[in-house]
Design a protein around this ligand. Structure first.
Ligand code: UGY
Ligand code: MN
Length: 249
């Protein structure tokens, strides 16, 4: 007999306008350019998204080479350490450190500590006439203070990229004390890709309420109604992507 009463079930849901991808269903893909590692593509244009979100887990001697293209990248180290290089700039990144690489810039991840996991957002850059394109940026979330979200001290936002028209994406970390929540059900033109980093809670996506926990990934299409409450006894936090600064009217 099966000992697991949840046999044959999953929390994963993939719909037209939102998705919850729970880790139990992950299947690896081969991403050209990645050797000595495995890739799980969590969100991609094939499901209707305007960007790609994936996690690469490296073995010893693993490497990932990304050629120059119109695609910009944001890479965030979840665990371990790896050397990141973009053009002539090179840095060893460990957990909480990140790299933004603008479009048309080749970049790579090499010399990983075995087991290193890197979470990556990829987006086709949309230039704005007269506005310079952003440059390569290395950063550490540990250096970025969380600001109260709309005045709420128990829900704090760390904004990882500079706020400026050069950028057509934002990546933030949202930190919630247990019991804290988004102040209202958001409805907005911006799309999100989200990875739960820690804690548990309930995510409302349109008219569904999902229990979520660390490791879960969520896609929210533009105008997907969204709300979150952190639950349990420890804080919850998530890393998320948002397209910004390019309103088409
Ligand atoms: O930036 C945001 O739109 C954020 N408040 N959304 C979210 O956390 N679902
Ligand atoms: Mn939002």
């Amino acid at each position: 007999m099966f000992s697991n009463l949840l046999f044959g079930t999953t929390r994963t849901f993939v719909g037209q306008r939102h998705a919850l991808i729970a880790p139990d269903g992950h299947v690896v893909s081969t991403l050209p350019g990645v050797t000595g590692g495995t890739t799980v593509v969590l969100i991609s244009p094939v499901m209707g998204a305007g960007f790609t979100e994936l996690t690469v887990t490296f073995n010893q001697d693993g490497r990932a080479e990304f050629p120059d293209s119109q695609i910009e990248a944001f890479a965030y180290v979840l665990e371990g350490a790896v050397t990141a290089q973009a053009k002539g700039e090179r840095k060893t990144l460990s957990a909480g450190q990140f790299l933004f690489v603008p479009a048309v810039t080749p970049w790579s991840l090499t010399e990983p500590v075995p087991g290193t996991r890197v979470h990556i957002f990829l987006k086709r850059y949309v230039a704005l006439p007269g506005v310079p394109e952003p440059g390569i940026l290395f950063g550490r979330e540990q250096d970025i203070a969380g600001q109260p979200f709309l005045g709420d001290e128990s829900a704090r936002l760390q904004v990882l990229l500079p706020d400026g028209l050069s950028y057509d994406l934002a990546v933030n970390i949202f930190n919630y004390q247990a019991g804290a929540h988004l102040p209202f059900v958001e409805t907005h033109i911006m799309e999100h890709g989200l990875l739960m980093l820690a804690g548990t809670g309930v995510y409302r996506l349109e008219d569904n309420w999902y229990p979520v926990t660390a490791g879960d990934c969520i896609w929210m299409a533009p105008y997907c109604r969204q709300w979150f409450v952190a639950m349990g006894k420890t804080p919850a936090r998530y890393l998320y992507y948002k397209d910004v600064n390019r309103l088409s009217v």
